[in-house]
Design a protein around this ligand. Structure first.
Ligand code: M6R
Length: 355
């Protein structure tokens, strides 16, 4: 039931702080413990390489997961589109372990891969929002995303839950002493941060009306983990507002896409990574010199005068949990401003059960 909300998508965006709190309650305690089951941890630790397999938004969550598993836990991790992996299996390491990310647990492409993986005798873990779904049942292990039913075709809270649960798993197998932070505290801060963003939704409605509703196209740029959020931001905007959008690594602009920048083209930059903040600003300035209308989404400590949307500072690798939220709201309000059916975009189904 969407209650007083005009669309499920807005309700689901608003639920994201609660989703994070549910994950904390179920999987973490305040003594640094992680409760996901010892067998899963043993298999994750025994693996010499992780293979994350997913589609669409879940794939984008996997791109963040790769950074978490590699940078926190030191485990080499590959992320694959299930529709590609199913028919072109890459060379596997000696001790692979598979992680399937799927909101619905029914995505046919992902299921095809899981069946192949099972036939080869490899172990797997499905992270899904739907308990007892096909990918839940067919994997060696499964953990719930606890996001609650996601009805809107555009996935929002499932992404946040997938990123957070991957963070929990990476944290569980990492060497805590060298990590030097408490995930429970960091995720709690993030829940508060998301609440602050959703409380500021009118700002993003104005931005959508001003920058995107009348626009033919739009670009999202960032580096590192911000480049992956850019992909997700562009997918969301395309999916529900039909604005042609592209998201990519900011450094790639000058290798081709810059040619598309015209007077008034919206370019939205995500800046949450200290190491590359200056470079992204440089890339953005190059678009402005060609007439783009720039908009910045920046974390507090990296913010400069003239920046537009400021996010609270959090653990850098967890910043997608915050930075994705304004982009979800921009997509939502662009769709709304264009008078479209936000929850049921044309040509799409919530769960993709054909290959
Ligand atoms: O249920 P799944 O997570 O396996 O679905 C994967 C994609 O079909 C899904 O994320 C899709 O990209 C969304 N509609 C995007 O908002």
């Amino acid at each position: 039931d969407k209650g007083t909300y005009p669309f499920y998508m807005l309700k689901e965006i608003d639920e994201q702080p609660i989703v994070i709190r549910h994950l904390i309650e179920k999987y973490l305690d305040n003594e640094g413990g992680v409760h996901v089951g010892q067998a899963i941890l043993n298999d994750l630790k025994a693996a010499d390489r992780l293979y994350i397999v997913a589609a669409g938004t879940s794939y984008h969550a996997g791109l963040v997961g790769k950074r978490l598993f590699e940078q926190w836990a030191g485990v080499p991790t590959e992320v694959h589109l299930s529709s590609e992996f199913a028919y072109e299996q890459p060379l596997l390491s000696e001790k692979p372990f598979f992680i399937f990310l799927t909101q619905s647990g029914e995505t046919a492409d992902s299921r095809e891969v899981l069946q192949n993986v099972n036939a080869q005798g490899f172990k797997s873990l499905t992270l899904t929002n739907v308990e007892k779904s096909t990918l839940w049942r067919e994997a060696t292990y499964a953990l719930p995303l606890l996001a609650g039913p996601e009805i809107a075709v555009a996935s929002t809270k499932a992404y946040v839950a997938q990123v957070a649960l991957q963070a929990i798993l990476a944290y569980a197998i990492a060497d805590r002493a060298t990590l030097g932070f408490d995930l429970e505290q960091d995720l709690s801060k993030i829940a508060v941060g998301i609440q602050g963003i959703v409380d500021d939704k009118e700002t993003l409605q104005q931005v959508a009306n001003q920058y995107l509703v009348e626009s033919r196209n739009a670009f999202f740029i960032g580096r590192g983990v911000d480049s992956t959020v850019s992909l997700e931001a562009a997918l969301k905007l395309k999916e529900i507002s039909y604005v042609q959008a592209e998201g990519f690594a900011a450094g790639e602009l000058k290798h081709g896409t810059l040619a598309l920048i015209e007077d008034g083209t919206p370019v939205i930059a995500l800046i949450t990574q200290a190491k590359t903040a200056g470079l992204v600003r440089g890339n953005l300035a190059e678009t402005q010199a060609r007439g783009s209308r720039a908009y910045t989404i920046v974390t507090q400590s990296l913010a400069k005068e003239g920046d537009d949307f400021i996010l609270p500072d959090v653990n850098e690798l967890l910043s997608p949990l915050l930075s994705v939220v304004p982009t979800q709201l921009l997509a939502y309000y662009t769709s709304l401003g264009r008078g479209l059916d936000v929850d049921r975009p044309r040509n799409l189904a919530k769960s993709v059960t054909v290959q």
